[in-house]
Design a protein around this ligand. Structure first.
Ligand code: FAD
Length: 476
């Protein structure tokens, strides 16, 4: 997220001085790392939780449209950077990969058919196919269909314009690019504190994690892009907009297969339905992944409970995030979500064999020796009071900024890195309203669909799909 914001700002105002402080030794080692997230270019081509069946039986696709439009902004900005030679070798961070949804049981098949009908009428989802024919499915997903027993109805949708994104590689590329643009990037530097100075600046207390020495840096504008670490820093800033907000951490585990014989039999991201009682981010999916030139399969993520806010964080993170201003909200959330916490603790305790059983619902003859467990990143969901109730768990991302636009923090985790460009444009709009008019022509040069509804401009979506596909080496 920080790398995206820096890259946008460097194009808009090249002479602004930017410094990045990172507590780890390298960039992109937390949630953005390729092993810590699922690498799905989220554009609602396969995620069933972005479309909801309404009481009248119709399917609401508004969230799917929103997420898809946001992803198109990312594709355009990445293409701009590649076309300008500011980042190279897009194949190292993005690959074409069919996105599929797969369901079993009559009700689910009916839902998927209705979802397909609603989406395929929209220009953003052109090219989506639906099939309930096991023969066709065997062609699309041989590994999943092999040795599948039972006569339960089964159906899938497939769209070839999906992507697999190595967000770790992209983060490293963006930081390399920023370093060449004179952005100072300091590693092993922990931001311990953020305080407002009397002259209206922000002062950051930075601790060198090797020497223990602390320094103070001042800035007119601060973006808190610490992933799970953002909430603590937002609280330290003391801005009123950060009051009353808490964080609920969800851990993740993937099962990874690197046996080339098995990997060769699966070429898609196949999303299923979340089990009853599971949070939306634990929808099981079986994905082909490209980590540089290595191909592998990821299954999961299995959600779990850990009080850490970062993968390399502290077991005290949840406890130290409790403040007088958010304790009521957090207690209410704890009471409302007891069943979710129980579910996450139960999931955390699963043995490898129990996880294999969940995998075998996807791949009936999966062998334990082919799969290893890999710990994923932490997701800190926003908890706040909303009209829906006290201590409501939010599953999206949220930009919290000071009224004067001098500081902003990004909280939450979903849809995540795929929509980084849209979220960072939101930061720019909130924090630099006085410049937006002057910056608009440049933003439109980088992102032609900025401010335009793509679904209402089928011609533009076609042009953008075609041009970004050409630049990034993707299917339309
Ligand atoms: C299991 C899982 C699956 C996911 N799947 C997908 C997916 O398929 N598609 C998708 O688009 N998104 C996905 N996401 C979400 C996505 O990974 C995140 O939204 C995105 O990576 C967040 O980027 P970020 O820059 O905000 O945070 P991060 O990548 O976590 O970076 C934050 C950085 O801040 C540093 N930091 C924190 N605190 C401090 C401090 N006090 N001082 C200095 N440095 C600090 C950290 O070390 C870290 O390097 C997934 C996430 C998880 C956990």
């Amino acid at each position: 997220m920080s790398a995206t914001l820096g890259s946008l700002l460097k194009e808009l105002v090249p002479d602004w001085e930017i410094t990045v402080f990172e507590r780890l030794a390298k960039p992109g080692e937390e949630s953005s790392n390729e092993w810590n997230n699922a690498g799905t270019g989220h554009s609602s081509l396969c995620e069933l939780n972005y479309t909801v069946e309404k009481p009248d039986g119709t399917v609401d696709i508004s969230k799917a449209i929103k997420v898809n439009e946001e992803y198109q902004l990312s594709r355009q900005f990445w293409s701009y950077l590649v076309n300008k030679n500011l980042i190279r070798n897009p194949r190292d961070f993005i690959r074409p990969l069919p996105h599929m949804s797969l369901v079993q049981g009559e009700d689910n098949v009916n839902f998927l058919r209705k979802r397909f009908e609603a989406l395929s009428r929209n220009p953003l989802f052109q090219g989506m196919e639906f099939s309930a024919d096991p023969e066709k499915l065997r062609e699309w997903i041989p590994l999943i269909m092999k040795n599948r027993s039972g006569n339960e109805p089964i159906a899938a949708t497939k769209i070839d314009s999906g992507t697999d994104v190595n967000f770790g590689a992209l983060t490293r590329m963006l930081f390399d690019h920023l370093q060449k643009q004179n952005v100072t990037i300091k590693f092993k530097q922990n931001v311990d504190d953020i305080k407002r100075t009397r002259d209206g600046l922000w002062e950051l207390k930075i601790r060198n994690l090797d020497s223990g020495v602390t320094e103070h840096h001042r800035a007119k504008f601060v973006f808190i892009g610490g992933g799970g670490g953002s909430l603590h820093l937002l609280q330290k800033s003391g801005i009123p907009e950060g009051k009353g907000i808490g964080g609920f951490p969800v851990s993740g585990i993937f099962m990874v297969c690197q046996n080339p014989e098995v990997v060769a039999q699966h070429h898609a991201k196949v999303y299923g339905k979340a089990p009853v009682g599971a949070p939306p981010m634990s929808v099981p999916h079986l994905d082909k992944r490209f980590i540089y030139d290595k191909e592998m399969l990821f299954f999961g993520p299995f959600a779990g409970f850990s009080p850490k806010f970062l993968k390399y964080g502290s077991m005290l993170d949840l406890f130290t995030s409790l403040k007088l201003h958010n304790i009521g909200t957090m207690i209410a959330s704890g009471i409302n979500n007891i069943s979710l916490v129980k579910y996450l603790i139960k999931e955390l305790m699963l043995s490898k064999e129990q996880r294999m059983e969940a995998l075998r619902e996807f791949v009936p003859n999966a062998k334990s020796e082919d799969w290893e467990l890999v710990v994923a990143g932490q997701r800190v969901q926003v908890v706040k009071d909303t009209p829906a109730g006290k201590g409501t768990l939010q599953f999206g991302t949220e930009v919290i900024s000071a009224a004067d636009g001098s500081i902003a923090a990004l909280l939450g985790a979903s849809p995540g890195a795929s929509t980084a460009v849209s979220v960072m444009l939101d930061v720019i709009q909130k924090c630099f309203p006085q410049h937006i008019k002057a910056w608009e022509p440049k933003i439109k040069e980088m992102i032609p669909s900025y401010g335009v509804s793509l679904q209402e401009n089928p011609q533009l979506i076609q042009e953008i799909h075609a041009s970004t596909a050409r630049t990034l080496g993707l299917n339309n």
